[in-house]
Design a protein around this ligand. Structure first.
Ligand code: ADP
Ligand code: MG
Length: 545
């Protein structure tokens, strides 16, 4: 026997060539199958339970992909594009996964027959370029002249984004709130200036938008009841200081031999606290917020001086208050002066459902608002939050790039037509490949029909015919089981979603096609599985080695 040349560490798993490519494509297909049914207004939701037993119900592609805990290395690409779509534009996360999967599925027969992946990749790139040109040419720019028109446009885009979610029945109600929230921001439209708070109980329609910062009342000590609960023109001290008597005897050992000495230690502790409190009081603040606990002594002290205080304020809320009201978060009580205090016109503590909320309104520095969501179960509220996040992102995107296209598969059908027309003008393998991508684009309208229980073949035939006759905005009509001009039906989506989704999907497909070998190193510390499994099991089964 010839000695074996060991190139890679024992246990390294390699697979290469065409079978590897095909197996990667198949892996992606199974992922696509997992999210396929969630697309569109009639899509279904997924209930995912993680290892800790926490259940999540979601319709959002990115959320589902994140929770799926995918281990296949190539298939992880799809998770990444869903995440990047979520971060870039916020919506279209299911579409992007579906498109990437479908592109791969359509070109798979060519790969199997031996077309070189590079040729396939070139064709995909060409198709993508044609699609981009067409979208930019077709997208309808909306004039920014009148405020009302812009508002109406934004509300429609928000409503389309929410029409596929659990809250689709309240989409008009939420579309208004979302648009209000985004329009209340300043020009840069920073996302983190919209706070979303969830209060279980009540109905969805009781959700409200508060202009300003709001957060749940924090845990408070006795003495709190006496503090006033509303101020006009108030000054806010933002602290990162613990205002509590520390039991130092836990941390240090002090030896004293008489009661007087002991009393001195106790007095000193109190004095330290009182000094801090006095400095805060002298600064002129009415409201004291601290990231760290504010104990009962401090609470009483403030209440006696008509000041309001809240300890253990969550970090993000404290930061948002700082951005909105100005001031700075102080870590020592020594330099608290008037110039580090935040300002706001109105502060109040108000009851919302079963919870009390601290509300800061009329903040001079930054424009901010807080959505207080009401509704049943917690999982439901979480999904509502995710859906609103999509809608908020869409509205922000639409304000920045004010051009829209029609959804419901209309734009995909038109792009598909353009590609098919183009493919007829060229010859060779590329013709077939471009036609395959054109077919791939039809997945969106097809899936929308399938998910609604419509006869997809029939509707797609009608759509192809309409688009051939120049009806460029015709797409699936979800309510009538037919086709309709989705631009007139106001199923509008910002063109940036489609541009981003197609680019990401094409790139992912190309990336998966360009991989022909996977080399997997054995995990550190794991015993190498020698010779196909048989031996590795020996020990566990109690057999002698
Ligand atoms: P994604 O995560 O990709 O946004 P969705 O489940 O939100 O997935 O579905 C979006 C798809 O549903 C888009 O193709 C959009 O055009 C389509 N859609 C949304 N509202 C409607 C509607 N009223 N009629 C037809 N199609 C719609
Ligand atoms: Mg969506």
């Amino acid at each position: 026997m010839q000695p074996q040349i060991v190139l890679l560490k024992e246990g390294t798993d390699t697979s290469q060539g065409k079978p590897q490519l095909i197996s990667n494509i198949n892996a992606c297909q199974s992922i696509v199958d997992a999210v396929r049914t969630t697309l569109g207004p009639r899509g279904m939701d997924k209930l995912i339970v993680n290892a800790q037993g926490k259940a999540t119900i979601s319709n959002d592609g990115a959320t589902i992909m994140k929770l799926l805990d995918i281990v296949h290395p190539a298939a992880k690409t799809l998770v990444d594009i869903a995440k990047s779509q979520d971060a870039e534009v916020g919506d279209g996360t299911t579409s992007v996964v579906l498109l990437a999967g479908e592109f791969l599925k359509q070109v798979k027969p060519f790969v199997e027959e031996g077309v070189h992946p590079r040729i396939v990749i070139k064709a995909i790139r060409k198709a993508l370029q044609l699609c981009m040109e067409k979208i930019n040419e077709m997208a309808v720019r909306i004039e920014k002249q009148s405020k009302e028109e812009q508002r109406a446009l934004l509300e429609k885009c928000a409503a389309t984004a929410m029409s596929s979610k659990l809250i689709h029945q309240q989409k008009d109600f939420f579309a208004k709130i979302v648009v209000d929230a985004v329009l209340s921001l300043d020009e840069l439209l920073p996302l983190n200036m919209i706070g979303i708070k969830k209060v279980a109980g009540g109905s969805l329609e009781e959700s409200q938008l508060v202009s300003g910062v709001a957060f749940k009342k924090t845990f408070s000590y006795a003495g709190f009841e006496m503090a006033p609960k509303s101020y006009e023109n108030c000054k806010i001290a933002l602290l990162n200081i613990e205002l509590e008597l520390k039991a130092e005897r836990d941390n240090a050992e002090i030896r004293v031999d008489n009661v007087k000495e002991y009393q001195k230690v106790v007095d000193a502790e109190w004095q330290i606290l009182y000094n801090k409190l006095a400095k805060i009081h002298e600064s002129g603040a009415n409201v004291v917020l601290s990231k760290l606990p504010i104990g009962d002594v401090a609470t009483q002290y403030f209440a006696d001086r008509n000041m309001f205080c809240a300890g253990r304020v969550p970090d993000e809320d404290l930061k948002r208050t700082m951005k909105a009201c100005g001031g700075a978060v102080m870590t020592t009580a020594n330099d608290i002066k008037a110039n580090v205090l935040g300002l706001c016109e109105r502060f109040e503590e108000r009851q919302v459902g079963g919870d009390r909320f601290n509300l800061f309104q009329g903040c001079p520095n930054a424009k901010t608002s807080t959505l207080i969501l009401r509704g049943g179960a917690e999982q439901f509220l979480e999904e509502t939050e995710r859906s609103l996040h999509d809608a908020i992102m869409i509205v922000r995107r639409t304000i920045k790039h004010d051009s829209v296209v029609a959804g419901g598969g209309a734009i995909e059908m038109e792009l598909s037509k353009v590609l098919r027309d183009y493919s007829r003008t060229i010859a060779g393998k590329e013709q077939l490949l471009i036609a395959a991508i054109a077919k791939g684009l039809e997945i969106i309208p097809r899936q929308l029909c399938d998910n609604a229980g419509f006869d997809a073949t029939n509707i797609l035939n009608k759509l192809r015919q309409k688009h051939a006759q120049g009806g460029q905005w015709f797409g699936v009509d979800i309510t009538k089981e037919d086709i309709s001009d989705n631009f007139e039906q106001c199923v509008w989506e910002p063109s940036i979603i489609k541009i981003n989704a197609l680019t990401a999907a094409a790139e992912a497909a190309c990336m998966i096609l360009s991989v022909d070998e996977t080399i997997k190193s054995p995990k550190a510390g794991e015993p190498p599985m020698a010779g196909g499994g048989g031996m590795g099991m020996g020990r566990g089964m109690g057999r002698p080695m």
